[in-house]
Unconditional design. Structure first.
Length: 282
């Protein structure tokens, strides 16, 4: 039997009601499921084994994205044709794109991340805005980071806005969630990773760090709250507190922009002669 229903799924179907509830954090946590909306996110979810559980698609979207529908079928996901009204009811966006997937949580145990001996990690400590969290995750993915860690003081990574802002990067790299910042820093240090706290009031300048050649080794960047940065007790855990230099008249950089600058600075330093990515690992 085809996984695609021959008729449009009813708005009152238990499957539709269950998907709609995943917009709320308590239901996501209880079911260990979250929503991925739009063709990019659904395609990336379907590329990961046993991640995409269910897919709702309008008739138009099913025809336009036949490859995604076929991929969902191949993974064993249940695929439902749905009216635009049903998709709008499930979706959390103003203008839905016709595809909404239900996905399993992707948490990676923190110990697995440490065992992989990561060379570049983004740690989100006290990050509260889901759009920023998703965008930093996207930046980390683009810069070649091996992992992202969200502390227990940070936003829910499976918030629909965070999932959308990651633009599929959520499905690309290991993410550990709910890790106390002290445990995150201690574990990474024990794994030989240097801890850099990004803070606009940092004593050390990013340009100076690059000039000194200190950024070629395994590094974890700790990013703080959008409004007030990192608390003193968190800064004290780091090996250095680094600021991104402001060469023009701008007061500051927003969190996602600063994260992109810092992560790419490390990525470039690590790929330079003598950097940890230019040395063959045994």
């Amino acid at each position: 039997m085809s996984p695609v229903s021959p008729e449009l799924i009813s708005p009152r179907s238990p499957r539709v009601l269950a998907a709609r509830r995943l917009a709320k954090r308590n239901f996501r946590g209880k079911e260990q499921l979250f929503l991925a909306e739009g063709p990019q996110a659904v395609r990336e979810a379907g590329a990961q084994p046993e991640t995409l559980v269910e897919l709702f698609a309008t008739v138009e979207a099913a025809e336009r994205y036949a490859d995604i529908i076929g991929g969902a079928r191949d993974t064993g996901a249940r695929v439902h044709l749905a009216s635009e009204e049903v998709i709008a009811d499930i979706s959390t966006t103003v203008t839905p794109q016709g595809l909404v997937g239900v996905c399993r949580f992707l948490d990676t145990p923190f110990e697995e991340i440490l065992a992989a001996r990561p060379r570049l990690v983004a740690v989100l400590a006290h990050v509260r805005d889901p759009g920023n969290a998703g965008t930093v995750l996207r930046c980390a993915d683009a810069a070649g980071a091996e992992a992202v860690v969200l502390t227990d003081a940070s936003v829910d990574l499976y918030n629909p806005k965070a999932v959308r802002a990651s633009v599929g990067s959520l499905f690309h790299l290991p993410v550990a969630v709910g890790v106390p910042v002290e445990r995150a820093v201690a574990g990474l240090k024990d794994a030989g990773v240097r801890i850099l706290a990004a803070d606009g009031a940092g004593q050390d300048d990013l340009d100076d760090e690059l000039d000194k050649g200190t950024m070629g080794g395994p590094t974890a960047w700790v990013f703080g709250n959008e409004a007030w940065g990192l608390p003193e007790e968190t800064r004290a855990l780091a090996d250095a507190v680094v600021r991104v230099p402001i060469h023009g008249k701008a007061e500051s950089l927003n969190l996602a922009t600063a994260a992109a600058v810092c992560l790419y600075a490390s990525a470039r330093a690590q790929r330079a002669p003598g950097g940890c990515r230019s040395v063959t690992k045994s």
